[in-house]
Design a protein around this ligand. Structure first.
Ligand SMILES: [Zn+2]
Length: 442
Protein backbone atom coordinates (compact mmCIF):
# COMPACT_ATOMS: atom_id res chain seq x y z
CA UNK A 1 0.00 0.00 0.00
CA UNK A 2 1.30 3.42 -0.94
CA UNK A 3 0.56 6.66 0.87
CA UNK A 4 -0.36 9.79 -1.07
CA UNK A 5 0.26 12.88 1.04
CA UNK A 6 -1.19 16.08 -0.35
CA UNK A 7 0.83 19.04 0.94
CA UNK A 8 -0.44 22.64 0.82
CA UNK A 9 3.12 23.91 1.04
CA UNK A 10 6.26 21.85 0.81
CA UNK A 11 9.83 22.67 1.78
CA UNK A 12 12.13 19.86 0.65
CA UNK A 13 15.26 20.68 2.68
CA UNK A 14 17.40 20.70 -0.47
CA UNK A 15 16.76 24.28 -1.53
CA UNK A 16 15.18 27.42 -0.10
CA UNK A 17 11.97 27.39 -2.20
CA UNK A 18 8.44 26.68 -1.04
CA UNK A 19 6.31 24.64 -3.43
CA UNK A 20 2.51 24.88 -3.37
CA UNK A 21 0.01 22.05 -3.86
CA UNK A 22 2.46 19.16 -3.92
CA UNK A 23 1.92 15.43 -3.61
CA UNK A 24 4.38 13.16 -1.91
CA UNK A 25 4.06 9.44 -2.52
CA UNK A 26 5.47 7.06 0.08
CA UNK A 27 6.28 3.53 -1.08
CA UNK A 28 5.43 0.54 1.15
CA UNK A 29 9.07 0.43 2.37
CA UNK A 30 8.90 4.00 3.73
CA UNK A 31 10.88 5.66 0.95
CA UNK A 32 9.61 8.50 -1.18
CA UNK A 33 8.55 7.35 -4.65
CA UNK A 34 7.45 10.69 -6.00
CA UNK A 35 7.33 14.29 -4.92
CA UNK A 36 6.11 17.10 -7.15
CA UNK A 37 3.09 19.13 -8.28
CA UNK A 38 -0.19 17.38 -7.52
CA UNK A 39 -1.36 17.70 -11.15
CA UNK A 40 1.67 15.71 -12.30
CA UNK A 41 1.50 13.10 -9.54
CA UNK A 42 0.61 9.46 -10.16
CA UNK A 43 -2.96 8.51 -9.20
CA UNK A 44 -3.67 6.39 -6.11
CA UNK A 45 -4.87 2.88 -6.85
CA UNK A 46 -7.45 1.03 -4.80
CA UNK A 47 -6.06 0.19 -1.37
CA UNK A 48 -3.66 3.16 -1.36
CA UNK A 49 -4.03 5.65 1.46
CA UNK A 50 -4.54 9.36 0.87
CA UNK A 51 -3.51 11.84 3.53
CA UNK A 52 -4.61 15.44 3.53
CA UNK A 53 -2.03 17.97 4.71
CA UNK A 54 -3.41 20.60 2.39
CA UNK A 55 -3.64 23.16 5.20
CA UNK A 56 -0.11 22.53 6.42
CA UNK A 57 3.51 23.32 5.70
CA UNK A 58 5.32 20.02 5.16
CA UNK A 59 9.08 19.76 5.68
CA UNK A 60 11.66 17.11 6.53
CA UNK A 61 11.65 16.08 10.19
CA UNK A 62 14.05 18.26 12.15
CA UNK A 63 17.33 16.82 13.42
CA UNK A 64 19.15 17.99 16.55
CA UNK A 65 22.87 17.24 16.24
CA UNK A 66 23.70 17.78 19.91
CA UNK A 67 21.54 16.08 22.55
CA UNK A 68 22.81 14.30 25.67
CA UNK A 69 20.32 11.56 26.49
CA UNK A 70 22.15 10.32 29.58
CA UNK A 71 22.39 13.75 31.26
CA UNK A 72 18.77 13.88 32.46
CA UNK A 73 18.32 17.69 32.38
CA UNK A 74 21.18 17.89 34.83
CA UNK A 75 21.60 20.69 37.34
CA UNK A 76 25.26 19.96 38.10
CA UNK A 77 28.33 18.26 36.72
CA UNK A 78 28.15 15.52 39.38
CA UNK A 79 24.54 14.73 38.62
CA UNK A 80 25.54 13.66 35.10
CA UNK A 81 27.84 10.91 36.31
CA UNK A 82 27.40 9.98 39.93
CA UNK A 83 24.09 9.42 41.57
CA UNK A 84 21.67 7.67 39.29
CA UNK A 85 22.27 4.08 38.20
CA UNK A 86 23.18 3.66 34.55
CA UNK A 87 20.10 1.50 34.03
CA UNK A 88 17.91 4.36 35.24
CA UNK A 89 19.71 6.82 32.97
CA UNK A 90 18.78 4.65 29.98
CA UNK A 91 15.08 4.62 30.84
CA UNK A 92 15.09 8.34 31.59
CA UNK A 93 16.99 9.01 28.35
CA UNK A 94 14.39 7.14 26.32
CA UNK A 95 11.76 9.51 27.67
CA UNK A 96 14.05 12.45 26.77
CA UNK A 97 14.32 11.11 23.22
CA UNK A 98 10.53 10.90 23.01
CA UNK A 99 10.26 14.52 24.16
CA UNK A 100 12.58 15.50 21.31
CA UNK A 101 10.42 13.57 18.86
CA UNK A 102 7.26 15.28 20.13
CA UNK A 103 8.96 18.63 19.44
CA UNK A 104 9.29 17.69 15.75
CA UNK A 105 12.73 16.04 15.85
CA UNK A 106 12.74 12.77 13.92
CA UNK A 107 16.51 12.45 14.34
CA UNK A 108 19.00 13.29 17.07
CA UNK A 109 22.73 12.79 17.64
CA UNK A 110 24.28 12.25 21.06
CA UNK A 111 27.95 13.20 21.27
CA UNK A 112 28.68 11.72 24.72
CA UNK A 113 26.91 9.21 26.84
CA UNK A 114 27.50 7.12 29.96
CA UNK A 115 28.02 3.40 29.66
CA UNK A 116 26.13 2.23 26.59
CA UNK A 117 23.04 4.27 27.49
CA UNK A 118 22.35 6.04 24.19
CA UNK A 119 23.35 2.99 22.17
CA UNK A 120 20.74 0.98 24.07
CA UNK A 121 18.07 3.64 23.55
CA UNK A 122 18.92 3.76 19.85
CA UNK A 123 18.72 -0.02 19.52
CA UNK A 124 15.47 -0.35 21.50
CA UNK A 125 13.83 2.21 19.20
CA UNK A 126 15.30 0.57 16.08
CA UNK A 127 13.98 -2.80 17.25
CA UNK A 128 10.48 -1.32 17.41
CA UNK A 129 10.14 -1.74 21.19
CA UNK A 130 9.47 1.98 21.70
CA UNK A 131 8.50 5.03 19.68
CA UNK A 132 11.37 7.46 19.26
CA UNK A 133 13.53 9.45 16.87
CA UNK A 134 16.40 8.02 14.86
CA UNK A 135 19.48 8.19 17.06
CA UNK A 136 23.13 8.41 16.14
CA UNK A 137 25.47 8.25 19.10
CA UNK A 138 29.04 8.46 20.27
CA UNK A 139 30.27 6.69 23.41
CA UNK A 140 32.28 8.32 26.18
CA UNK A 141 34.06 11.52 25.17
CA UNK A 142 37.81 11.01 25.05
CA UNK A 143 39.82 13.62 26.97
CA UNK A 144 43.04 14.25 28.91
CA UNK A 145 43.62 15.43 32.47
CA UNK A 146 43.44 18.98 31.06
CA UNK A 147 40.10 18.18 29.44
CA UNK A 148 37.00 20.23 30.02
CA UNK A 149 34.81 17.34 31.24
CA UNK A 150 37.31 16.09 33.81
CA UNK A 151 35.75 17.82 36.77
CA UNK A 152 36.85 15.40 39.48
CA UNK A 153 39.80 15.77 41.86
CA UNK A 154 42.66 13.26 41.55
CA UNK A 155 41.51 11.25 44.55
CA UNK A 156 38.32 10.40 42.65
CA UNK A 157 39.64 10.45 39.05
CA UNK A 158 37.18 9.63 36.28
CA UNK A 159 34.41 7.32 37.54
CA UNK A 160 33.80 4.28 35.33
CA UNK A 161 30.32 5.46 34.43
CA UNK A 162 31.30 9.01 33.55
CA UNK A 163 30.48 10.54 30.17
CA UNK A 164 34.22 10.98 29.69
CA UNK A 165 37.18 8.65 29.22
CA UNK A 166 40.42 9.97 30.67
CA UNK A 167 43.39 9.07 28.45
CA UNK A 168 46.88 9.43 29.84
CA UNK A 169 48.46 9.12 26.40
CA UNK A 170 47.49 8.54 22.77
CA UNK A 171 47.71 4.76 23.02
CA UNK A 172 45.01 4.75 25.71
CA UNK A 173 42.85 7.01 23.51
CA UNK A 174 43.26 4.67 20.56
CA UNK A 175 42.40 1.63 22.69
CA UNK A 176 39.20 3.38 23.81
CA UNK A 177 38.32 4.29 20.20
CA UNK A 178 38.66 0.65 19.15
CA UNK A 179 36.52 -0.52 22.06
CA UNK A 180 33.79 2.08 21.39
CA UNK A 181 33.63 1.10 17.72
CA UNK A 182 33.34 -2.54 18.74
CA UNK A 183 30.54 -1.51 21.13
CA UNK A 184 28.67 -0.06 18.15
CA UNK A 185 29.00 3.74 18.34
CA UNK A 186 28.08 5.69 15.23
CA UNK A 187 30.82 8.28 15.67
CA UNK A 188 33.53 9.23 18.17
CA UNK A 189 33.69 12.34 20.33
CA UNK A 190 36.96 13.93 21.35
CA UNK A 191 36.78 16.62 24.05
CA UNK A 192 39.78 18.62 22.88
CA UNK A 193 39.22 21.79 24.90
CA UNK A 194 41.15 22.15 28.13
CA UNK A 195 39.73 23.93 31.14
CA UNK A 196 42.08 26.93 31.37
CA UNK A 197 40.51 30.11 30.08
CA UNK A 198 42.62 32.66 28.21
CA UNK A 199 41.23 36.12 27.46
CA UNK A 200 40.46 36.59 23.77
CA UNK A 201 41.10 33.05 22.51
CA UNK A 202 39.05 30.98 24.91
CA UNK A 203 40.41 27.74 26.26
CA UNK A 204 43.87 26.24 25.96
CA UNK A 205 43.64 22.92 24.17
CA UNK A 206 43.76 19.86 26.43
CA UNK A 207 45.52 17.87 23.68
CA UNK A 208 48.42 18.62 21.34
CA UNK A 209 48.10 18.71 17.55
CA UNK A 210 49.99 15.41 17.32
CA UNK A 211 47.55 13.74 19.71
CA UNK A 212 44.45 15.03 17.91
CA UNK A 213 45.86 14.03 14.52
CA UNK A 214 46.75 10.51 15.71
CA UNK A 215 43.29 9.92 17.23
CA UNK A 216 41.45 11.31 14.20
CA UNK A 217 43.40 9.20 11.72
CA UNK A 218 42.63 6.03 13.68
CA UNK A 219 38.92 6.93 13.82
CA UNK A 220 38.82 7.59 10.08
CA UNK A 221 40.87 4.46 9.34
CA UNK A 222 38.16 2.47 11.14
CA UNK A 223 35.45 4.14 9.04
CA UNK A 224 33.82 6.35 11.65
CA UNK A 225 33.26 10.10 11.78
CA UNK A 226 34.56 12.29 14.56
CA UNK A 227 33.01 15.16 16.50
CA UNK A 228 35.24 17.44 18.55
CA UNK A 229 34.25 19.61 21.47
CA UNK A 230 36.27 22.83 20.94
CA UNK A 231 35.33 26.31 22.05
CA UNK A 232 38.89 27.69 22.22
CA UNK A 233 40.85 28.91 19.18
CA UNK A 234 43.68 26.44 19.74
CA UNK A 235 41.51 23.31 19.96
CA UNK A 236 39.51 24.43 16.92
CA UNK A 237 42.71 24.83 14.89
CA UNK A 238 43.96 21.38 15.91
CA UNK A 239 40.62 19.78 15.11
CA UNK A 240 40.20 21.53 11.76
CA UNK A 241 43.79 20.79 10.73
CA UNK A 242 43.29 17.12 11.63
CA UNK A 243 40.24 17.06 9.33
CA UNK A 244 37.52 16.22 11.86
CA UNK A 245 33.96 15.96 10.58
CA UNK A 246 32.10 18.07 13.15
CA UNK A 247 33.35 20.84 15.45
CA UNK A 248 30.98 21.49 18.34
CA UNK A 249 30.81 25.07 19.74
CA UNK A 250 33.71 26.79 17.85
CA UNK A 251 33.11 30.07 19.69
CA UNK A 252 36.65 31.42 19.45
CA UNK A 253 37.44 30.18 15.95
CA UNK A 254 40.27 32.28 14.47
CA UNK A 255 41.30 32.93 10.84
CA UNK A 256 43.58 29.92 10.72
CA UNK A 257 40.92 27.63 12.16
CA UNK A 258 38.46 28.93 9.59
CA UNK A 259 40.87 28.30 6.69
CA UNK A 260 41.48 24.72 7.80
CA UNK A 261 37.76 24.10 8.33
CA UNK A 262 37.06 25.27 4.78
CA UNK A 263 39.92 23.25 3.35
CA UNK A 264 39.01 20.04 5.22
CA UNK A 265 35.23 20.50 4.87
CA UNK A 266 34.56 20.44 8.63
CA UNK A 267 31.01 21.32 9.67
CA UNK A 268 30.38 23.55 12.70
CA UNK A 269 27.72 22.97 15.33
CA UNK A 270 27.76 26.03 17.61
CA UNK A 271 25.06 25.33 20.22
CA UNK A 272 24.26 28.91 21.19
CA UNK A 273 21.24 27.74 23.20
CA UNK A 274 23.29 26.58 26.17
CA UNK A 275 25.02 29.97 26.41
CA UNK A 276 21.99 32.16 25.77
CA UNK A 277 19.61 30.14 27.94
CA UNK A 278 22.16 30.29 30.77
CA UNK A 279 22.37 34.06 30.41
CA UNK A 280 18.62 34.53 30.16
CA UNK A 281 17.24 31.97 32.60
CA UNK A 282 19.81 31.80 35.38
CA UNK A 283 18.78 33.55 38.58
CA UNK A 284 20.96 34.89 41.41
CA UNK A 285 20.28 31.83 43.58
CA UNK A 286 21.75 29.52 40.90
CA UNK A 287 25.47 28.79 41.28
CA UNK A 288 25.78 29.32 37.51
CA UNK A 289 24.89 32.99 38.04
CA UNK A 290 28.58 33.60 38.80
CA UNK A 291 29.62 32.75 35.27
CA UNK A 292 26.98 34.65 33.37
CA UNK A 293 29.46 37.48 32.57
CA UNK A 294 31.88 34.93 31.07
CA UNK A 295 29.02 33.46 29.03
CA UNK A 296 28.24 36.93 27.75
CA UNK A 297 31.82 37.35 26.56
CA UNK A 298 31.74 33.95 24.88
CA UNK A 299 28.47 34.85 23.16
CA UNK A 300 29.95 38.06 21.76
CA UNK A 301 33.01 36.20 20.46
CA UNK A 302 30.84 33.40 19.05
CA UNK A 303 28.54 35.78 17.18
CA UNK A 304 31.49 37.56 15.58
CA UNK A 305 33.51 34.45 14.69
CA UNK A 306 30.64 32.23 13.61
CA UNK A 307 29.05 34.94 11.45
CA UNK A 308 32.39 35.21 9.66
CA UNK A 309 32.49 31.43 9.20
CA UNK A 310 28.93 31.44 7.85
CA UNK A 311 29.78 34.18 5.35
CA UNK A 312 32.89 32.22 4.27
CA UNK A 313 30.72 29.19 3.40
CA UNK A 314 31.51 26.72 6.21
CA UNK A 315 28.62 24.24 6.54
CA UNK A 316 26.60 24.67 9.73
CA UNK A 317 24.78 21.99 11.63
CA UNK A 318 22.29 22.76 14.39
CA UNK A 319 22.35 21.41 17.93
CA UNK A 320 20.71 22.55 21.12
CA UNK A 321 22.65 20.59 23.77
CA UNK A 322 19.40 19.34 25.25
CA UNK A 323 19.92 17.52 28.54
CA UNK A 324 20.90 20.36 30.87
CA UNK A 325 18.57 22.13 33.30
CA UNK A 326 18.54 25.21 31.00
CA UNK A 327 17.97 23.07 27.90
CA UNK A 328 15.44 20.40 28.95
CA UNK A 329 14.55 17.78 26.35
CA UNK A 330 12.04 18.99 23.81
CA UNK A 331 11.55 22.41 25.38
CA UNK A 332 13.91 24.75 23.51
CA UNK A 333 15.61 22.87 20.65
CA UNK A 334 14.05 24.94 17.84
CA UNK A 335 15.18 28.12 19.57
CA UNK A 336 18.64 27.44 18.14
CA UNK A 337 17.15 28.19 14.69
CA UNK A 338 15.91 31.54 15.93
CA UNK A 339 19.45 32.35 17.11
CA UNK A 340 20.91 31.43 13.70
CA UNK A 341 18.57 33.95 12.09
CA UNK A 342 18.95 36.60 14.78
CA UNK A 343 22.71 36.44 15.33
CA UNK A 344 24.55 34.51 12.62
CA UNK A 345 23.14 35.93 9.39
CA UNK A 346 21.01 32.94 8.36
CA UNK A 347 17.77 33.27 6.44
CA UNK A 348 15.02 31.08 7.93
CA UNK A 349 15.34 28.76 4.90
CA UNK A 350 19.09 28.39 5.45
CA UNK A 351 18.50 27.59 9.11
CA UNK A 352 15.99 24.90 8.14
CA UNK A 353 18.39 23.40 5.58
CA UNK A 354 21.04 23.27 8.32
CA UNK A 355 18.78 21.41 10.73
CA UNK A 356 17.58 18.95 8.07
CA UNK A 357 19.90 18.34 5.10
CA UNK A 358 23.19 19.32 6.77
CA UNK A 359 22.42 17.66 10.11
CA UNK A 360 21.62 14.41 8.30
CA UNK A 361 25.39 13.99 7.87
CA UNK A 362 25.68 12.86 11.48
CA UNK A 363 22.93 10.21 11.26
CA UNK A 364 23.22 6.60 10.17
CA UNK A 365 21.67 6.28 6.74
CA UNK A 366 22.76 9.89 6.15
CA UNK A 367 22.36 9.61 2.37
CA UNK A 368 18.67 8.80 2.73
CA UNK A 369 17.68 11.44 5.29
CA UNK A 370 17.37 15.21 5.63
CA UNK A 371 15.55 16.03 2.39
CA UNK A 372 12.26 15.09 0.75
CA UNK A 373 13.17 13.63 -2.63
CA UNK A 374 12.61 10.33 -4.46
CA UNK A 375 14.64 7.55 -2.86
CA UNK A 376 14.85 9.28 0.54
CA UNK A 377 13.09 8.06 3.66
CA UNK A 378 9.80 9.85 4.34
CA UNK A 379 10.68 11.45 7.70
CA UNK A 380 8.57 14.58 7.77
CA UNK A 381 6.55 16.99 9.87
CA UNK A 382 3.44 19.03 9.05
CA UNK A 383 3.30 22.53 10.54
CA UNK A 384 0.47 24.98 11.01
CA UNK A 385 2.01 28.18 9.62
CA UNK A 386 5.04 29.10 7.57
CA UNK A 387 8.38 28.97 9.42
CA UNK A 388 10.03 30.89 6.59
CA UNK A 389 7.90 33.88 7.60
CA UNK A 390 8.48 33.32 11.30
CA UNK A 391 11.06 30.76 12.39
CA UNK A 392 9.87 30.89 16.02
CA UNK A 393 6.64 29.01 15.25
CA UNK A 394 8.68 25.81 15.27
CA UNK A 395 9.06 26.26 19.03
CA UNK A 396 5.29 25.97 19.49
CA UNK A 397 4.42 22.29 19.82
CA UNK A 398 0.73 22.95 19.20
CA UNK A 399 1.64 23.92 15.63
CA UNK A 400 3.16 20.53 14.89
CA UNK A 401 0.19 18.76 13.37
CA UNK A 402 1.82 15.51 12.31
CA UNK A 403 5.12 13.68 12.60
CA UNK A 404 6.01 10.75 10.34
CA UNK A 405 9.04 8.49 10.32
CA UNK A 406 9.51 6.46 7.13
CA UNK A 407 5.98 7.52 6.24
CA UNK A 408 4.39 6.06 9.38
CA UNK A 409 2.60 8.44 11.75
CA UNK A 410 4.16 8.63 15.21
CA UNK A 411 2.71 10.03 18.39
CA UNK A 412 4.00 10.00 21.92
CA UNK A 413 2.04 10.30 25.14
CA UNK A 414 4.17 12.34 27.54
CA UNK A 415 3.66 12.77 31.25
CA UNK A 416 3.08 16.46 32.07
CA UNK A 417 4.77 16.38 35.40
CA UNK A 418 7.66 13.96 35.73
CA UNK A 419 9.40 14.02 39.12
CA UNK A 420 13.02 13.56 40.10
CA UNK A 421 13.86 10.42 42.04
CA UNK A 422 15.74 10.88 45.32
CA UNK A 423 19.05 9.65 43.96
CA UNK A 424 19.17 11.94 40.95
CA UNK A 425 19.99 15.12 42.80
CA UNK A 426 22.71 14.01 45.22
CA UNK A 427 22.35 14.56 48.90
CA UNK A 428 22.93 18.14 49.97
CA UNK A 429 21.45 18.53 53.44
CA UNK A 430 21.96 22.20 54.27
CA UNK A 431 22.77 25.32 52.21
CA UNK A 432 24.73 26.91 55.04
CA UNK A 433 27.03 26.05 57.94
CA UNK A 434 25.22 26.79 61.17
CA UNK A 435 27.92 28.23 63.44
CA UNK A 436 26.97 30.08 66.64
CA UNK A 437 27.43 33.30 64.72
CA UNK A 438 25.19 32.29 61.86
CA UNK A 439 22.46 31.02 64.18
CA UNK A 440 22.52 34.20 66.29
CA UNK A 441 22.07 36.33 63.15
CA UNK A 442 18.59 34.87 62.56
ZN1 LIG B 1 27.66 18.64 24.67
Amino acid sequence: MKKFIRCGKLFDGANPAIYSDQTLVVEPDGTIGFVGPSHAAPRPESGDETIDYFQWFVMPGMIDAHVHLSYGNTQSAEQIDLYSPVEFRALRGLEGAQRMLAAGYTGIADPSTTGLVSLAIRDAIDAGLFVGPRISTAGRAILTAQGVDYFYPRWVRMPEHSVGFLMRDVSEGIAEIRQEIKDGVDFIKLAVDGDQLVAGTGLISGMTQEEVTALVSEIHRLGRKVAVHARGAEGIRYAARAGVDFILHASWMDEEGLEWALKNKCALCPTLSLIINTIEFTRPADPAYAFVPAQQRELEAAIENLSRAKAAGVPFMVGSEAGFAVTPYGEWPARELEYYVKYLGFTPAEALISTTAVNARILRDSDRLGTLAPGKLADLIAIDGNPLDDITILQDRSRIKAIRIAGEPVSVALNDRPRRTWYETGARFWEEVYTRDRVNRR
